[in-house]
Every structure is written in C-alpha cells, then in structure tokens.
Design a binder for this molecule. Structure first.
Ligand code: CDP
Length: 309
C-alpha cells in the first residue's frame, strides 16, 4: 500500500492532521530491513564518510588546510598551530550497534522513553538539552555525544568571557561524552567554540570537545537536498541521524516531531522543555520528517513517536 510519501507530490507537505493520521494508521508496526540499512550506510559513506569526516581531526585537517565555512560564503579558516592543537588526533568513533538519536521535540513529554533511550549503545542529543530529574523518565540521561551551538555559548554563558563555572557545571549532566560544536560553520562561531574548548579542557573534565568538519556538514546538506530537503540549512537532528546511519547497525530516533499537534490531536509544545519556536530554519523540519518517516517505513531506521510503554 502506498503511503502519503508517494501520494503527495514533493511540493505539498501534508498537513499536521494528515501526518497524525498517517502515523496512527501504521501504528507500532516496524520491521528492520537490512538491505535498506546497508544501502543507506553505503550511500552516506560514499558522499560524506561520516565516521572519518564528521569532526575535524589532525588527520583530515592538517596545518595549512583551508576549512571553508559551510554556513556562509567566501569565508575560510586556514588551520594554524593554534587550531591544529585543539583537534583530536583521529576519529574517536567506532562502528556501533544500537544508536539512539534524541531530538528535542515536545512529543517526548510524557513518552516514558527514558529507559529505551538509555538502553542504546550510543546516545546522541542536540543542543545541550536539559537532562534534569523531571525529564529523566521521558528522555533518560545517558549521553555519548551532544551538540552545542556557539550561539548557546554566547547567549546562555556570556560567550564565556566572564565566568566559566556555570558552563562547566552545566556540562556535568553529560558525563564523559563528546561535545560536538559547529566551530567552522559561521565565522562568528569559531571564537566561542575555542573558548568552550579551553573552558572544558582547563577544567580537567572527562568531556571531549569535537569540532564539526564543515566539509562533512556541506556534503550531508547536499545529500538530503538531492532527496527533497530544500531548506537552506539542515536541522542539527538530521546531521546526527546521518552520522548514525553511517555508523550504527540500528538507529532509533526520538523527539522528532515538528508539528503543532500530538498523536491525540491536542496542541503540543515545540520542545520537551519549553515552547520557544525556532526562527527562520523551522520550515526545514517537516520536510526532514517526511524523509525520516520514509526511512521508517522502509525499515532503515525507526522513528519513535508516542509512548514507549
Ligand atoms: O537547533 P535546532 O532548532 O535545529 O534544534 P532543537 O530545537 O534544539 O532540536 C533538536 C533537533 O530535534 C532539531 O534539529 C530537529 O531535528 C528535532 N526536532 C524535531 O524534529 N521536532 C521538534 N518539535 C523539535 C526538534
């Protein structure tokens, strides 16, 4: 039976209500499809080589290498002694079994997905989300990789120009995970990212700072553009899903639901912890969800929406 992915042409996104109907229609049915998993791993390895290229390393970004910012035109950073010294030697990632990619969608509220998420071998989260007690049951707290946007450093932690303590304390929630920052996406983001690096490293924490490789981000952007995601920039979540598809045997995504109503038809908040809507990038997410749902239906990854109990 053809779902709406095939029925609706690419230029008309289904309405929120249609999405809910589609998701409820399929119910909990999901069957892993190894052929689909292998196909996407190969496609992503060919275009973007996620495991080796997702971060800048001393191997893929030696001194003198020109890193072109992927989020703007005509700006580049040439790797010098100072930046080289903050890069990890080589990729720290190994092929993985069960991965969970956790978006920040309000759909996670009351989902009781915390235990499921924490059972994965590798848990990725977006934008330093709150992992406090009140959310534990719904989102868990295990974290192996968490992204941090330079704008969070600027807004929430005064660019780390004053105290670094609040920042270092906040990061304790992420244990000994990787903090993944797009340091070379927008030019103004480089300095705060380096400051975050020094704040973390000087505090002798167990966290490891990783900087996104702008070539990887650009290639992943092209990959999804060729598949119908037209927004100027992908959401953080889809970058992580792409990394997971390239590295993990099994991928489950949680908290990806960029719609105004939940499965019960009731209004839903944008994040599991607040309802602050994103600015100009928002239009990308429903398009991205269509892609994820397509992968769900083909058994390539699993999109978890609704309750985990
Ligand atoms: O920085 P950005 O706005 O991309 O992300 P966020 O709001 O911190 O959420 C993290 C990720 O979760 C997003 O990049 C989306 O991929 C996903 N998300 C979603 O699918 N639906 C929502 N309602 C909120 C977030």
């Amino acid at each position: 039976v053809l779902g709406w992915f095939y029925v609706f042409p690419a230029y008309r996104l289904p309405s929120d209500k249609e999405i809910v109907e589609e998701v409820l229609g399929l119910g909990e049915a999901w069957k892993k499809n190894q052929t689909g998993i292998d196909l996407y791993r190969n496609l992503l390895t060919e275009c973007c080589n996620p495991r080796w290229m997702f971060a800048v390393t001393k191997e893929n970004a030696p001194i003198g290498k020109v890193l072109w910012y992927d989020g703007e035109y005509y700006y580049s950073h040439t790797v010098n002694n100072e930046t080289y010294s903050v890069f990890v030697q080589t990729t720290p990632l190994k092929p993985l079994k069960k991965c969970a990619v956790v978006g920040n969608g309000g759909i996670l509220r009351h989902s009781k997905c915390g235990r499921d998420i924490d059972q994965a071998d590798f848990v990725m989260r977006c934008n330093l989300p709150p992992l406090t007690k009140e959310y534990l049951e719904d989102v868990g707290n295990k974290t192996h990789l968490v992204t941090a946007n330079p704008s969070i450093i600027e807004k929430r932690f005064q660019g780390l120009l004053w105290s670094r303590k609040a920042f270092v304390d906040y990061l304790k929630a992420y244990g000994s995970s990787f903090i993944y920052m797009p340091a070379f996406s927008m030019k103004p983001g480089t300095d705060p990212s380096l400051r975050a690096y020094y704040a973390v490293t000087d505090s002798h924490s167990n966290l490891t700072m990783l900087f996104a490789n702008p070539d990887f981000l650009r290639n992943v952007g092209k990959f999804w553009k060729a598949r119908g995601v037209h927004a100027k920039r992908l959401s953080t979540g889809l970058f992580l899903v792409s990394l997971a598809l390239g590295m993990c045997d099994e991928v489950t995504v949680y908290g990806f639901w960029p719609f105004s109503i939940g499965l019960d038809g009731q209004p839903i908040s944008h994040h599991y912890y607040d309802n602050i809507l994103p600015g100009k990038w928002f239009h990308a997410m429903p398009e991205e969800f269509v892609q994820l749902w397509h992968l769900h239906k083909s058994g390539t990854l699993r999109v978890k929406v609704g309750s985990c109990q």
